[in-house]
Design a binder for this molecule. Structure first.
Ligand SMILES: [Zn+2]
Ligand SMILES: [Zn+2]
Length: 338
């Protein structure tokens, strides 16, 4: 089978490797669709494990099941989480699933024709796709689950004003989810293409991030935002977040500036205003289940965000587009496309 090894953003190599056979408890799945995630191109985050087969946003079909597998059979359409928490350690018990200290296996990457799914993931990390959910929609399950989790931690609910800084794929999912929760949504980006997209998918107010955003909000009588969600890594976005968050509000670091870029927090001001600063990283099983329901019910439309699809041989073109960021929203790789 063909797989793609990512060495860095400019060096992705297609290689031929033996197609694995499922042992007891394992399944072999054929990858039909796999999304390129914004985190796939973050070199400081990915390079320590390179070369690696990336791709954790999959829609796949079971082609073979090992002995003792009763949950799945060939032909089943599935999403498989990149890893599963144990649900029993102290972190899991507190709901900090991404911090689980007992994670056994990681799903091999989806930028490959097939994936051998380890037993622990077959048991607890693989989900049968509802009949109406397509393979392409399946690629949004994991990113939407991360968004669901962040908004839950932040306390996004009806009537709140939510400011989403950065309108890449995750930012747009934040806009959509906050709108479906009947919030007023402000979105910013430096790129007009993304900003127009945010407007189209429901943002009430879109502002060029190069502007003085807090002043614009004051001028337009919007005031401050109860929740600011940072989906951009620019330090200037953090500064805007500090200025735009309301008393009693929260700033969520969904994206971070990167190593060596520390942020200065106006903590004295925040103390008296009771402003919370939170981080949200990855997702847990309840978030995945909720994301599947949101997509299946049509409450969150996702296919309108797909702008490009490439076969595995052209994966480098896909990475280039995501790196550029100005002409694409969601890029999907179809490793088995003709
Ligand atoms: Zn992702
Ligand atoms: Zn655990």
């Amino acid at each position: 089978m063909k797989v793609s090894y990512w060495h860095n953003n400019r060096d992705i190599r297609i290689e031929e490797v033996p197609t694995p056979r499922p042992g007891p408890g394992e399944i072999l799945v054929k990858v039909i669709s796999c999304g390129i995630c914004g985190s796939d191109i973050v070199e400081w985050y990915r390079l320590p494990r390179a070369p690696l087969i990336q791709g954790h946003e999959i829609g796949a079909q079971v082609v073979a099941a090992g002995d003792s597998v009763t949950k799945f059979k060939p032909g089943d359409r599935v999403f498989v989480a990149p890893k599963v928490p144990c649900m029993e350690c102290s972190y899991c018990k507190e709901g900090h699933y991404p911090q689980c200290s007992e994670v056994k296996d990681r799903l091999p990457g989806g930028f490959a024709e097939y994936i051998l799914v380890p037993e622990s993931l077959v048991d607890k990390g693989a989900y049968l796709l509802p009949e109406t959910l397509t393979y392409d929609q399946s690629t949004f399950i994991e990113p939407l689950a991360c968004v669901v989790r962040a908004q839950r931690l932040a306390g996004v609910r009806e009537g709140r004003t939510v400011f989403v800084a950065g309108c890449g794929m995750s930012g747009l999912l934040h806009v959509k989810l906050a709108k479906s929760r009947k919030c007023r949504v402000i979105a910013t980006d430096i790129n007009q293409y993304r900003l127009a997209f945010a407007k189209r998918v429901g943002a009430d107010i879109t502002i060029d991030a190069a502007e003085d955003v807090s002043r614009r909000l004051a001028e337009e009588n919007i005031g401050k935002a109860g929740i600011v969600i940072l989906c951009a890594s620019a330090l200037s976005a953090v500064e805007q977040a500090w200025k735009c968050v309301d008393k009693g509000g929260a700033v969520v670091f969904f994206a971070v500036p990167g190593p060596g870029k520390d942020v200065t927090v106006p903590i004295n001001d925040f103390w008296t205003k009771e402003i919370r600063i939170l981080t949200s990283y990855y997702c847990g099983p309840p978030d995945i289940e909720e994301a599947i329901k949101l997509i299946e019910s049509g409450e969150i439309e996702v296919e309108d965000m797909i702008t490009h699809r490439f076969g595995l041989e052209d994966i480098a073109k896909g990475f280039d587009l995501v790196l550029d960021g100005t002409r694409s929203i969601k890029v999907i790789i179809g490793p088995n496309d003709p």
